[in-house]
Design a protein around this ligand. Structure first.
Ligand code: COA
Length: 315
């Protein structure tokens, strides 16, 4: 765990700046040698313990920080989870990665290609942070969360009712890691693989797109805004989440916010927030949930579901 005070002792920043601008008090970073697959396996194991499924047919891992450039990390995760030779692949959609994975699960299940799909969001995002960059280091953290989707009826608790996804590559420069990519390498450049972010522009785009896609997705399933129990959005910034709730006409309390404890964990953010909402007793069976995200790419989207009845194994 890295507190704001610890960062303030190393960077030109302060607890006050980080807390008031982002809502973040602390974030977790992996121990030396620990990587994304280790976090993903732990999250996957806990999801299996909680889920009511016999087998898992696919593993989809959303991550910005795969263990290696090649191969994908998901096959190793599936193997370490003891899932045999199931298809397993990575998705690279950064902070929207979990929602992209959810859409894959939905497509595989509704297309009768799978009965159950594990979607994991896992990040060792700290490995992309320039230790000297005060504009990124306080924001991001490491973590993992996993959800298992299974075939079922749309009137069951736990039904995933709609997912909408988008991208705009013209905004690719908002948040990027250039070093380590093929474009830099083919040009003979060996820049460090650090993330850079145009925070203010991203902030504006994030609210605009998440508001629009959330309203459209709610409309698609016929839910009025005031029927929504929880807004479980990508935890990029507490101010973004509160402002989004306000723009949508939701009370602040509807926003499930755990950014204070974990920072922005990119693809792991929404499943971690779901887990937080359940552990703190806020999210319960049958509750109506909308999950918007915006991130690098740019990519964005929203999903709506009702919360299932889970037997809950102790973590
Ligand atoms: N500590 C102290 N000062 C800092 C700082 C830090 N860690 N980081 C930046 N600053 C300074 C800036 O240099 C700037 O100083 P200046 O006014 O003298 O130029 C000032 O604080 C304001 O910077 P700005 O970037 O405009 O702040 P902000 O209010 O926009 O907050 C973010 C920055 C990153 C927290 C915010 O823009 C954000 O959350 N953006 C969206 C992130 C996001 O949604 N990402 C998508 C998914 S990853």
């Amino acid at each position: 765990m890295v507190s704001n005070a610890m960062l303030a002792s190393q960077l030109d920043t302060s607890d006050e700046w980080i807390t008031t601008r982002t809502g973040i008090s602390q974030r977790h970073v992996v121990d030396p040698g620990t990587s994304t697959s280790d976090l993903a396996v732990e999250a996957g194991r806990r999801a299996i313990d909680n889920a009511d499924v016999e087998t898992i047919d696919y593993v989809v891992l959303a991550t910005t920080t795969p263990d290696r450039i090649c191969p994908a990390t998901a096959p190793e995760v599936a193997s370490r989870l003891g899932l045999g030779h199931v298809p397993a692949f990575d998705i690279s959609a950064v902070c929207s990665g979990f929602l992209y994975g959810v859409q894959m699960a939905r497509a595989l299940i509704s297309g009768n290609l799978a009965r159950a799909v594990m979607v994991i969001g896992a990040e060792s995002f700290s490995t992309l942070l320039d230790p000297c960059d005060r504009t990124t280091r306080p924001i991001f953290g490491d973590g993992a969360g996993a959800v298992i989707f299974r075939a079922g009826r749309s009137d069951e608790c736990g039904a995933l009712l709609a997912v909408n996804l988008h991208s705009d590559g013209a905004l690719a420069d908002l948040i990027a890691v250039d070093g380590g990519g093929a474009r830099a390498r083919s040009a003979g450049r060996h820049d460090p693989a650090y993330i850079r972010m145009r925070g203010r522009s991203t902030f504006i785009q994030a609210i605009k797109h998440m508001e629009e896609v959330t309203l459209r997705t709610l409309d698609e399933v016929g839910w009025k805004v005031d029927e929504v129990d929880h807004l479980v959005g990508h935890q990029a910034n507490q101010r973004i989440l509160l402002s989004l709730a306000k723009h949508l006409g939701l009370p602040e309390e509807a926003a499930v916010i755990n950014i204070r404890e974990v920072g922005n964990t990119a693809a792991a953010s929404i499943p971690l927030a779901l887990d937080y909402g359940v552990r703190t007793g806020r999210i319960a069976r049958g509750h109506k949930i909308v999950m918007p995200a915006f991130g690098a790419g740019a990519t964005w989207g929203a999903a709506v579901l009702t919360w299932p009845d889970l037997k809950r194994a102790e973590a």
